[in-house]
Design a protein around this ligand. Structure first.
Ligand code: PEP
Ligand code: MN
Length: 361
């Protein structure tokens, strides 16, 4: 039975960093009276630039051990090194997590996994900072391969050159959704604190995560957030956390509502047949592409033609707008279609597809 399997949402809360014994005890005392299943606190902090607070290390482990015993709440810390794991186990930490800056490095992830061989402890793996679902999945598999049975994934967003959409880290929802498709049993936890970087947007992203069928939430919580030694802008007080949790609407994947089910079934059948038509049409479009490849080859023309591509983007966006489809969506869709089309034409140009007869029919 997984440690993470509770009624949705499984809630992890606690400060970004364990700053002082008092701060740890005060936060744990409040959270232990709430619907919080796991207390988090960083004791070694990966900071982007040197010279900032980097955690209290072993001292903080002592505070966590004390809070765990006194308030009967399981505790979790981030580990980035086998030495961290050794100390975490020595101080009876209940759950470990791997941070986003560690998940990017398969060597380090393997060191961590090797240090957990034969150890029965739940592990949570944050997404790597870059948008690579394979790398995230690979990190999870390294732990599974050494025999760690209880693994969860934490979606904390992906960093970019400049924040867009007002987020500190871009959510890129299709990535956690794809990971869950590949690993249906995996518990998915969302970390709205690190995605938003802003406490006033946590509720909105937490709700979205629930509607994306995430099982859990990790929300940084501090008694006096604005005084926090790390991530001050994105932490909430225990009281604010309580309000956020109370405001969540929890919806299920399935329902017993027969009317709703029948309506959905009808709409899905229509959608299935539309999708079949879309695929048949795309296949026809690709056949045309191959024929065009043959013409371009005989005329000594390039496969990709920037002017034509500009025209496609413009005309298809205009057409999309007639149906209220956003330009971003149409461009992204046509980038995918056009890319495949060009790939097919290149095969013709480079003689990897046998001669195609172009008929004027
Ligand atoms: C954290 O949880 O405080 C943290 C450092 O997270 P991340 O690895 O997502 O940056
Ligand atoms: Mn943090």
């Amino acid at each position: 039975m997984s440690f993470f399997k509770t009624a949705r949402p499984f809630v992890i809360a606690g400060p970004c960093s364990a700053e002082t014994r008092e701060q740890v005890m005060e936060t744990a005392a409040e959270l232990s009276t709430m619907n919080v299943q796991l207390f988090r606190a960083g004791v070694w902090k990966p900071r982007t630039r040197p010279g900032q607070f980097e955690g209290n290390g072993v001292r903080a482990l002592e505070w966590l051990q004390e809070a765990r015993l006194q308030y009967k709440i399981p505790v979790a810390i981030e580990v980035a090194d086998p030495a961290h794991i050794e100390l975490a186990l020595k101080y009876n930490i209940d759950v470990l997590w791997v941070g986003a800056r560690t998940t990017v490095n398969p060597f380090q992830v393997q060191h961590l996994a090797d240090a957990l061989k034969g150890v029965d402890i739940p592990v949570m793996i944050k997404n790597p900072v870059n948008t690579d679902v394979d790398l995230w999945q690979g990190a999870i598999e390294r732990f599974e391969t050494v025999g760690v049975k209880d693994v969860a994934a934490i979606h904390r967003g992906f960093s970019g050159y400049s924040p867009s959409g007002g987020y500190r880290n871009q959510p890129n929802w299709p990535i956690p959704i794809e990971l869950k498709r590949r690993k249906p049993e995996l518990t998915m936890i969302c970390d709205p604190s690190h995605i938003t970087g802003a406490r006033d947007r946590i509720a909105e992203v937490a709700q979205k995560a629930m509607d994306m069928h995430f099982e859990g939430l990790m929300i940084e919580t501090h008694p006096r957030p604005e005084e926090a030694w790390s991530d001050a802008g994105q932490q909430v007080t225990p009281k604010q956390l309580k309000e956020i949790l109370a405001s969540l609407v929890i919806r299920d994947e399935f329902t017993n509502d027969m009317t709703g089910l029948m309506q959905l079934e009808y709409l899905r059948q229509v959608m299935d047949s539309i999708d079949s038509e879309i695929i048949d049409l795309i296949a026809k479009r690709m056949e045309l592409s191959e024929k065009m490849g043959a013409v371009k080859k005989s005329c000594n023309m390039t496969a990709h033609q920037p002017a034509r591509w500009r025209e496609i983007v413009e005309t298809r966006s205009d057409r999309g707008q007639m149906h209220l489809l956003s330009k971003e969506f149409i461009v992204e869709l046509y980038e995918t279609i056009h890319h495949e089309s060009i790939r097919k034409q290149l095969l013709v140009l480079e003689n990897q597809i046998s001669e195609i007869k172009v008929q004027n029919d």
